[in-house]
Design a protein. Structure first.
Length: 225
């Protein structure tokens, strides 16, 4: 049974989500602000965090920064702000998903299940390491090295690169990448993919050209070997 930490200062929203968490057979912990959330994280083994942005004492962004200093727990952000800038900020900070208020509790539950499924999917030895020249992805360790240097990728950057490296020379549309990497029909702008590709290329340095834009289609991973 997975343990979910719900962080929101609105008790009504917590009560609604709590009902659906019972349907999903989850253990639910609650926190009304960021400081309380940080305490819960340190005291419990958390599988996923649903984190509101606007909160007293410590807002969601500040809380996320503190959590990311020592934990890679999957995080779904809740926010009343649905502008592209806010979503992209979240993804750049390593958020796994972004849900805009008001939202459907059923949709949130589906997203929680999808994120947990990706986080707990085992990797077989046969595909544990993907090596293209000096670019090495170790799926068991969830690490990427470039010429011996460890890259610091967000969870979504890593998953996107992993998917592309698993399917070299195969062109994917943005919609296909959203479905494959986000795990379900993503309710966002497909420019999210463009932003993540841009960030990945910056991380890859001399290997940035391995990620090729296929005009009119999307992207593919095109190694030189």
């Amino acid at each position: 049974m997975s343990t979910i930490l719900l962080v929101d200062d609105d008790p009504k929203i917590r009560d609604i989500i709590k009902e659906y968490m019972a349907i999903g057979d989850f253990t639910l912990l609650e926190a009304a602000d960021g400081l309380e959330a940080l305490k819960r994280v340190e005291e419990n083994l958390i599988d996923l965090i649903v984190l509101d942005v606007m909160m007293p004492k410590l807002d969601g962004w500040q809380t996320l920064r503190e959590i990311r200093k020592s934990h890679r727990i999957p995080v779904i952000m809740l926010s009343a702000r649905g502008e592209e800038y806010d979503k992209l900020l979240g993804f750049e900070m390593g958020v796994d998903d972004y849900v805009v208020k008001p939202f459907s509790p059923r949709e949130l539950l589906a997203r929680i299940k999808a994120v947990l499924a990706r986080a707990t999917t085992p990797v077989t030895d046969s595909d544990s390491k993907l090596i293209f020249d000096g670019l090495i992805l170790d799926a068991n360790a969830r690490t990427v090295d470039r010429e011996g240097e460890r890259l610091s990728l967000t969870p979504k950057e890593y998953e996107l690169l992993y998917f592309l490296m698993q399917n070299p020379r195969h062109a994917f549309s943005r919609e296909q990448l959203l479905s494959a990497v986000w795990g379900y029909d993503f309710y966002g702008d497909d420019r999210t993919v463009d932003t993540h590709i841009k960030m990945l290329r910056e991380h890859l340095g001399d290997y940035r050209n391995f990620i090729v834009t296929v005009w009119g289609v999307g992207y593919k991973f095109e190694p030189k070997n």
